[in-house]
Design a protein around this ligand. Sequence first.
Ligand SMILES: Cc1cc2nc3c(=O)[nH]c(=O)nc-3n(C[C@H](O)[C@H](O)[C@H](O)COP(=O)(O)OP(=O)(O)OC[C@H]3O[C@@H](n4cnc5c(N)ncnc54)[C@H](O)[C@@H]3O)c2cc1C
Length: 387
Amino acid sequence: MTLSSLHLELPALPGELAGLRREVRRFVAAERAAGTLPYPDKVGLGFSPDVSKRIAAQGWIGMTWPKKYGGHERSALERYVVTEELLAAGVPVGAHWITDRQSGPVLLKFGTEEQRQEWLPKIVRAEVAFCIGMSEPDSGSDLASLRTSGTKVEGGWRVNGSKLWTTNAHRVHCMIALIRTAPAEEKSRQAGLTQILIPLDAPGVGIRPIKSMVGLEDFNEVHFENVFIPDGNVVGAPGNGWNQVSAELAYERSGPERWLSSFRLLAELVEALGPAPSDAAQVEIGRLFAQLMAVRQISLSIASMLEAGKTPNLEASIAKDIGTRLEQEIVRTVRNVVQQEGLLASADLPALRALLASAQRYSPAFTIRGGTGEILRGVIARGLGLR
Ligand SMILES: Cc1cc2nc3c(=O)[nH]c(=O)nc-3n(C[C@H](O)[C@H](O)[C@H](O)COP(=O)(O)OP(=O)(O)OC[C@H]3O[C@@H](n4cnc5c(N)ncnc54)[C@H](O)[C@@H]3O)c2cc1C
């Protein structure tokens, strides 16, 4: 089995998408040949505004959005193919990723016409990027208990409080934050929450990067001290934040990044094993590959549901729970096969060695970010009427 056969064995999508898949592979190959796209040596999305701009120039950001906002009016499945290819190749997409996946769609669905006109064309050109301000020091899984507050003042809101684990806050332009603008109600703890767009250079915003155990500074603490945010930056209706965030999480939880984070590692292993892997290695890789294909089918069907305008929260939770556990399983299996086959002794495999070292330290995050496995299984149980 070779790396290229690993790619080619992916089940076929509708015929016209094969051309797009080839287009993305040609782009990646040309960038690699030009030396502008280094091979990844770490697990994670990587962050390169330049690469994001070149991806934007191909028309691969805001792919499904209306042309009047700079989008390309292509289908969710076309977007899926582009996403899958870029991730499988380990292209650093972090500088536009979250914005394209969920901040833009939130503005499209709930934002005002002014907000859409102001932000979406810039997102499509990879000129601005957003981060997600949900988690707080004492509110992660129990998001409705968050305490960052917005107090109504003349012409806007005064925001006070802190967000935690905010990916990329130190290198993007805006946050879509979930804040409390009215007290919770006795019957609904989720009432009184509002989404608000906070420019990260506003006076009173303080950002402190946090070093993860991989040694990267990808996420942050973000503090707000009397930050003035004009009324025009409220996204959707005040008090509707919980509904909006629920819709947003379907985008966050179902995409191919929920099962492809460690794919490069598997691809490197297949390449390192060469054309005649041992029987034991073939069994392990075959097992992972079968599981990847099953998760991919689930993830693809959710892309179709999103395309049809549905909000598949239950299905997205299933995809993320199964997908992220598989990502961790890939790391464990690769480590075992590498040991079993004595590959670590080879000086010729620096990429495999580096990726494995980073994946082992990064993989606990797969089942935490975007909602922990325990919380997802609670959502699934509720969705199935079991609690
Ligand atoms: C790499 C990474 C990037 C992230 N990026 C962002 C970001 O950009 N923006 C953002 O807002 N957040 C981000 N997060 C935060 C992430 O969403 C939270 O860490 C996650 O939701 C869990 O919240 P917590 O850390 O407060 O853990 P807690 O909620 O304190 O949970 C601790 C443990 O208790 C378990 N637990 C909690 N409640 C229950 C329950 N009711 N039943 C069963 N078990 C339970 C959890 O599953 C977990 O194992 C990121 C996290 C990581 C790791």
